[in-house]
Design a protein around this ligand. Structure first.
Ligand SMILES: [Fe+2]
Ligand SMILES: [Fe+2]
Length: 139
């Protein structure tokens, strides 16, 4: 069972609407993944594939914003993105080969990773974007 405080809250919003919306979708999939670990391998696999697709799309969004705004922290930020993608790919491998213990451990690590990344590097990026007034639709 998940701790209530482990779930998404407005304290994790960074203030860039497109990014916050994708973060909420990612957390919803992490929630779904945690629920699916008690279900069939097929159910876990389909949630994992959806998580990989959405994560790639989300990182593309952030990386485009970083490029367009000449963000100095881009290299470090993109390196963390690559680490998370590698983690999800390892998870898919572990799951496909039936290693339940490794799968569960990787699933449990996703939520704290996402929270730390959002509160750290994503928040710093959002502050930079807000200062430059890019990343938000024009009023
Ligand atoms: Fe990020
Ligand atoms: Fe993000």
């Amino acid at each position: 069972m998940s701790e209530p405080e482990a779930h998404w809250g407005s304290q994790l919003d960074v203030g860039v609407e497109a990014v916050d919306r994708q973060h909420r979708q990612l957390v919803a999939l992490v929630d779904a993944l945690e629920s699916a670990t008690e279900g069939s391998r097929e159910a876990i696999h389909s949630v994992l594939k959806a998580l990989l697709t959405l994560t790639r799309r989300h990182f593309d969004t952030e990386q485009k914003l970083m490029r367009e705004s000449n963000y100095l922290g881009r290299v470090t930020h993109e390196a963390e993105h690559r680490q998370l993608l590698a983690r999800i790919e390892r998870l898919l491998e572990a799951q496909a080969s039936g290693r339940a213990a490794a799968t569960n451990e990787l699933v449990r690590s996703l939520r704290p990773w996402l929270r730390d990344h959002v509160q750290g590097l994503d928040r710093a990026l959002a502050t930079h974007l807000q200062a430059r007034a890019v990343g938000e639709p024009k009023a």
